[in-house]
Design a protein around this ligand. Structure first.
Ligand SMILES: [Zn+2]
Length: 98
C-alpha cells in the first residue's frame, strides 16, 4: 500500500517536472525571439527635406516631423509655408503624435 502511494507520488512528481521543463523551455524560446525583435526594430524616420532615413533617437522633431538637422527643419518648414503641400499630411499626423 505504501509502495503504491510512493510510486504515485513519484510519477506525479515526474509528470510535473516534465511539464515545468516544457513550460520554461517554451518561455525561453519566446524570450529569445522577443529580444531579437527589440534589437532589430529600432525605429527609423524619414527626413522629408533631404530624404534620408535616420534613427528616431537621433532625429530632431519639428512640428510633427523628424529631421536629421536643424538646417533641414528650417528649409523644409519655410518651404512648407509657401506651398500647402503637407496640409493633408498634418491631419494624419495629428492622431499619431504624442
Ligand atoms: Zn536632413
Amino acid at each position: 500500500m505504501l509502495l503504491r502511494f510512493l510510486s504515485f507520488v513519484f510519477l506525479s512528481y515526474l509528470f510535473f517536472a516534465i511539464l515545468k521543463f516544457l513550460l520554461s523551455w517554451g518561455k525561453r524560446q519566446r524570450g529569445l525571439r522577443s529580444q531579437e525583435r527589440s534589437t532589430e526594430t529600432e525605429e527609423m524616420v524619414l527626413d522629408p527635406q533631404c530624404r534620408s532615413y535616420l534613427a528616431k533617437d537621433e532625429a530632431i522633431l519639428r512640428s510633427g516631423r523628424y529631421f536629421c538637422s536643424d538646417e533641414c527643419a528650417k528649409v523644409y518648414l519655410a518651404r512648407g509655408k509657401e506651398n500647402d503641400e503637407g496640409a493633408g499630411m498634418k491631419d494624419r499626423e495629428g492622431g499619431t503624435s504624442l
